[in-house]
Design a binder for this molecule. Structure first.
Ligand code: ZN
Length: 181
């Protein structure tokens, strides 16, 4: 009788262990599908337009990459003491199959809509180096960013009006150019 009970406990234990392993694997799979496993965060400096891309796996930072462009390369040559201001631009989480789980909603700045190459070409054509630096250092603020956007992308008289407004802003703000709000 005793022997029969012992021989029945063996398979029961194996069955429990296999079930527990199955539950753990299933829970891991569900978490892997539902949760963000990989996060990619992008930041941008409004002054020199350099982008920083950070990757995290399960919250552990794995890679930081800097993405240069025409404006950031030009700016680095002309303002070597510049300290970056990193504004969050995007944050995306992916599950283990690479599907997007969520996208964070950050404050959108007007300068995000200005292509750095367009910014460089336009500012070099219309302003001195010192004036370009004043505009760049204030680009995260609404007035110069809005004025620059419309001066670059408007057509005809609207472009002229926007350029005049930007020049007018520059005259009244040139002295306080290092403010970083
Ligand atoms: Zn910068």
């Amino acid at each position: 009788m005793e022997n029969r009970r012992k021989s029945a406990e063996g398979p029961l234990k194996v069955c429990l262990v296999v079930s527990a392993i199955g539950v753990v694997i299933l829970a891991g799979f569900v978490l892997c599908v539902l949760r963000g496993v990989k996060h990619v965060d992008t930041y941008e400096c409004p002054v020199c337009r350099l982008k920083q891309r950070q990757e995290r796996y399960l919250g552990i930072p794995s890679q930081v990459r800097f993405e240069t462009n025409a404006f950031s390369e030009w700016y680095a040559k002309h303002d070597q003491t510049h300290i970056h201001t990193w504004l969050p631009r995007a944050s995306t989480a992916y599950n283990c199959f690479g599907a997007v789980r969520y996208v964070a909603d950050f404050t959108q700045h007007r300068f995000f809509s200005i292509d750095p190459a367009d910014e460089l070409g336009f500012l070099k054509d219309h302003f001195s180096l010192e004036e370009v630096k004043v505009i760049a250092k204030n680009l995260q603020r609404d007035r110069p960013a809005e004025g620059l956007y419309f001066a670059i992308y408007s057509e005809g008289t609207n472009a002229g009006v926007s350029l005049d407004a930007l020049r007018s802003w520059l005259r009244t703000n040139a002295m306080g150019s290092d403010r970083n709000e």
